[in-house]
Structures are given as structure tokens and as C-alpha cells.
Design a protein around this ligand. Structure first.
Ligand code: KG4
Ligand code: ZN
Length: 380
């Protein structure tokens, strides 16, 4: 279990409404407490605890839904206790409980939703259902302690205000690769999405082909740094001219053929997979994957000329090359960019609590009914 507490200002400083977030949509059991007042409401992270299940799923090369649900049920209470402890608050200090209730693995989501509803009901406080994908885009607005070597972070340093809308949003994770137009933090229109693999899934499959540990994304990222990104000319899928959709399955197959050879081909087999060749493949794959993302973002920017900001989220937003290229993309247009701090790129509950707090702040709304359910599908 990893966790961080003690956000700038601490609990004593203008903590505003305290919201506990719970996240169990896939293979991380997570809980976090956010607070903050005024423009900072929901954006000060007081604790952020993540119990990863990677070790339970590694031998299967992917997440096994039944194992994930069971592990959430076993760990949730300890994770929530630790999040409260790290934040230095008691359960009775909470004003609301936010829970990621869609999209995700249905059995996994149900554990978090049932836990959140039971806790909210017993405390007599609102429960708020939050869309996990929308929450990834809120992650760049969160403030928290910067990590080693990290510049500024997406939440900006203390004092940086949220972006002005409309904005573009890019969610890049193991399950999603989608570009949105946002007219507020909660009003999203989907502009394009992957028609096959998500970009994180492609990273993980390439990691498996290169025999790297699971999940492969961060390992491919690190390996790519020492490779030649022009060594292989991997395809960047455009689909049709006006399409803002993505496709990564052709790229993944091209990597497989480079490593294993083309099935049925009478050409000589591929060269042995040395460390140098692996690094070149990782770098060339990463160049193609990042180019595909930036290409579609550029088209989305042209189709939405009133936009002046970009929000990015999801596990792949931790990718070093993508972060650099998105920085250039935004500064070249004079746009504000909100990239999450590294701790808020992967699945976490701080983003759930933050967006839940924002939803609760909307005039006249008092949270969801206890009939709130989990759903495998995203809102849009
Ligand atoms: O958002 P997330 O934690 O879970 C989902 O909602 O899917 O994203 C996990 C994904 C995995 O595919 C992982 O390999 C990828 O994010 N990932 C990365 C990096 N760090 C995590 N991919 C590329 N480069 C990274 N540095
Ligand atoms: Zn996610």
C-alpha cells in the first residue's frame, strides 16, 4: 500500500468540505481525503492511499476480474482507515463520500459502491457517484506534494487556478483512449475514441512481447529512453481523414512481427531480441504511439477553435515522452495545460473525491440516492 498525506496548508488551513473518495474500478483499491475552500474546494489532497493488486494479476498477464473483486473486498476497510489516518481526520469529520461507480469491472465497482453507500448511510452524509473517466481529467486540477524530479505538476503550484472552459480532454489509460470537449468539469462531449486497443493496453502488450514485467507501460517508457526511435518505421493509424478516433491494434501487430517474424512468411526470421534491439523497438513503438495521440489532438484542436486549454489524465499520462510532447503542443498554441502529478496519473481516489466535491458544489444538489448503482459503461 502506498500513501501520501499532509498537503500544503494541512488540515488546519481553510480545509473546507472534507470528502472521502473510494476507487475500486479495476486493480487498485484506493481511498483519499480532499478538502480546500473557495477556488481550492476539492483540490487540496490531504491523503492518497493506493493498494495495487499488480502482484496478484502478474502471472496471468492481465487483470482477472474475480480476483480483483475479492481483493477489493479484503482491502477496502484498511485502505480507508489509512486514508483517514494520513489526512489526520476522523470518520465523523467527513462531509461526503464520493465513489467511482462507472465504468469498470462490474464486480470490482460493486465493492466500492456498496462500501461507500454503507459508510455514507451510517454517518448520515451524502454519497456521490463519480464517473472514473471524467475523474481522470480532474486529476490535473489537484494540488499535492510534488514528487522527486517533478516540475510544477498539473495541479500547478499552490495558487494556480483551475483552467477556463471550454477545454479539450485526453484520457489515456489501460482501458481508455478518448478525446473530449469539456464545457465544464462535468459537461463532456466525446469527440473520438479508440476503435480497438487502448493505448495503455498496447503498451502492456508490447511490454509482454518484449518480455518486460507486467504492467509493461512504465517499463517500455524507461527502455525507450535508451533506444533509437527511428530504427523501425511502425505505422501511425489515421483511419479516415476527418475521424478523431484512434486505432492501436495495427501498431501492436507490427511490433509483434518485428520480434517474432511475420507468420507464414518465407523471408528470413527476425534478428535475435538483444537488449539493444529491444530498446530500439520500445523507442520506435513509443514514437508511433505518441505521434498518433498528438495527431488526433491537433485535429480536435482545429475542429474546436474556441478551446484554450488541455486536460490530460490516465496511467499513460505518466509517460515521459507524451508529457514532453503535450507540453510543446499546448505552449505552441498558448494553451493552459493540466497534466496530473505522477501520483494522480494512475487510478487513484483523490481524483474521485475531487470531482465528487465539485459535483456536490453544484447548486441545489445533495448527492445521489442510496439506490446509486455500479455500471460497466462510461457516461459518454
Ligand atoms: O489509469 P490506469 O491506472 O488504469 C486504467 O484505468 O486503465 O492506467 C494504467 C495503464 C497501464 O496500461 C500502464 O501500463 C499504463 O497506464 N502506464 C504507462 C506508464 N505508466 C503507466 N504507459 C506508458 N508509460 C508510462 N510511464
Ligand atoms: Zn483509470
Amino acid at each position: 500500500m502506498t500513501g501520501a498525506g499532509g498537503a500544503p496548508g494541512g488540515v488546519g488551513a481553510a480545509r473546507g468540505k472534507l470528502v472521502l473518495g473510494i476507487e475500486t474500478s479495476c486493480d487498485e483499491t484506493a481511498a483519499a481525503v480532499v478538502g480546500g475552500a473557495g477556488a481550492w474546494a476539492g483540490r487540496r489532497v490531504l491523503s492518497n492511499v493506493i493498494a495495487s493488486q499488480h502482484e496478484l494479476h502478474a502471472e496471468y498477464g492481465g487483470v482477472v476480474p474475480e480476483i480483483a473483486s475479492r481483493a477489493h473486498a479484503e482491502r477496502l476497510l484498511a485502505v480507508v482507515r489509512r486514508a483517514l489516518g494520513d489526512a489526520g481526520v476522523g470518520v465523523r469529520d467527513l462531509d461526503a463520500i464520493a465513489v467511482g461507480h462507472r465504468p469498470g469491472l462490474i464486480g470490482a465497482l460493486l465493492v466500492g459502491v456498496a462500501g461507500a453507500k454503507a459508510l455514507a448511510w451510517s454517518l448520515g452524509i451524502p454519497v456521490v457517484g463519480v464517473d472514473h473517466v471524467q475523474a481522470h481529467l480532474y486529476a490535473g486540477l489537484l494540488d499535492g506534494p510534488a514528487e522527486g524530479g517533478e516540475e510544477g505538476g498539473g495541479g500547478g503550484g499552490p495558487g494556480q487556478l483551475p483552467v477556463e472552459f471550454p477545454a479539450l480532454g485526453l484520457v489515456v489509460s489501460g482501458g481508455h483512449t478518448t478525446v473530449y470537449r469539456l464545457d465544464s468539469s462535468t459537461r463532456l462531449t466525446r469527440l473520438g475514441s479508440t476503435i480497438d486497443d487502448a493505448v495503455g493496453e498496447a503498451y502492456d502488450k508490447v511490454g509482454a512481447i518484449l518480455k518486460l514485467p507486467f504492467p509493461g507501460g512504465p517499463h517500455v517508457d524507461r527502455l525507450a529512453a535508451s533506444g533509437n526511435d527511428r530504427a523501425f518505421d511502425f505505422p501511425v493509424s489515421r483511419l479516415s481523414r476527418d475521424s478523431l478516433d484512434f486505432s492501436f491494434s495495427g501498431l501492436k501487430t507490427a511490433v509483434r512481427y518485428a520480434v517474432e517474424g511475420v507468420p507464414g512468411s518465407d523471408r528470413p526470421g527476425p534478428a535475435p531480441l538483444t537488449a539493444g534491439r529491444s530498446a530500439d523497438i520500445a523507442a520506435s513503438f513509443q514514437r508511433a504511439a505518441v505521434r498518433a495521440l498528438v495527431m488526433k489532438l491537433t485535429a480536435a484542436a482545429e475542429a474546436n477553435p474556441d478551446v484554450r486549454a488541455l486536460l490530460v489524465g490516465g496511467g499513460v499520462s505518466a509517460n515521459s515522452q507524451l508529457r514532453g510532447e503535450l507540453g510543446a503542443f499546448a505552449s505552441g498554441r498558448g494553451w493552459a495545460l493540466r497534466l496530473p502529478r505522477l501520483a494522480y496519473c494512475v487510478d487513484n481516489a483523490a481524483m474521485i473525491a475531487g470531482l465528487g466535491c465539485e459535483q456536490l458544489g453544484q447548486r441545489g444538489w445533495r448527492g445521489d440516492a442510496l439506490s446509486l448503482t455500479a455500471s460497466p459503461a462510461a457516461a459518454c
